[in-house]
Design a protein around this ligand. Structure first.
Ligand code: BTN
Length: 234
């Protein structure tokens, strides 16, 4: 399914695909050994020295209401790939992956429009494999190497993509419901007290459920709130 491009160095694999998306087919994957300007959610920097897995997937589905759920599918697929090494990863809604409460992977999804017309989604993934310097990333982080797993980035990439392409057609057709049970199984915050931050808004409450469309339902003293985006802290 994937046409794979390997680069030694690039500013950001997401930027690479966004700039070239018009001339590249659906399913193109670009993977880089290091990024000089790796980007995370909320305009954060994604530190990308050699040793990590950095890749982006170019997706050109028809515009549909389930595009925001693609990151959740990818988070689930990363969990499934890590489980093959006897790890017990958890998703931190919407799309971080943690092991032992430490971040091991993040996903950045960016939609591309030409004027007002939807063109593509670029789904970028960083997985900590064996790079140094995880103390400087601004939050508790771990890597496969620190967890005692020795796997090549090529094998890991191929395993994640295999799960992703298996789940992709159903997700595009029917949405989050197709992965809800599997996702909930790996949602560690379920039933726990959480804080959700989105810009300057903060919501405190219990993580009650993930709705059939993938939004987070948080029960606070006053009400049940449906959250569409944010950073969850336990
Ligand atoms: C996050 O957790 O904030 C998302 C991090 C996403 C990082 C990946 S690495 C490959 C791709 N290229 C980028 O510049 N960012 C994504």
């Amino acid at each position: 399914m994937s046409r794979l491009l390997y680069l030694d160095e690039v500013d950001s694999t997401n930027t690479y695909l966004k700039i070239r998306q018009a001339s590249l087919p659906h399913g193109t994957v670009v993977c880089a050994a290091r990024q000089t300007a790796g980007r995370g959610r909320y305009n954060r920097t994604w530190v990308s020295q050699e040793g990590g897995l950095y890749f982006s997937v170019l997706l050109k589905p028809p515009y549909n209401p389930f595009l925001p759920n693609l990151t959740q599918l990818m988070a689930l697929c990363i969990c499934q790939a890590l489980e093959q090494f006897n790890l017990a990863p958890a998703v931190k809604w919407p799309n971080d992956v943690q092991v032992n409460n430490q971040k091991i992977s993040g996903i950045l999804s960016e939609a591309v429009f030409d004027k007002d017309t939807f063109q593509a989604v670029v789904l970028g993934v960083g997985i900590n494999v064996c790079q140094d310097g995880l103390n400087n990333v601004g939050q508790p982080a771990t890597s496969l190497q620190l967890l005692g797993v020795n796997v090549s980035r090529e094998t890991l990439l191929s395993n994640v993509l295999q799960f992703f392409w298996q789940g992709y057609p159903a997700l595009c057709e029917k949405g989050f419901e197709t992965i809800r049970t599997a996702y909930l199984k790996r949602f560690a915050a379920l039933g726990k007290q959480i804080t959700v931050r989105d810009g300057d808004k903060t919501i405190l409450g219990t993580a009650q459920d993930i709705s059939p469309r993938g939004t987070l339902l948080v029960r606070s003293a006053q009400s049940l709130k449906e959250i569409y985006m944010g950073d969850v802290q336990l």
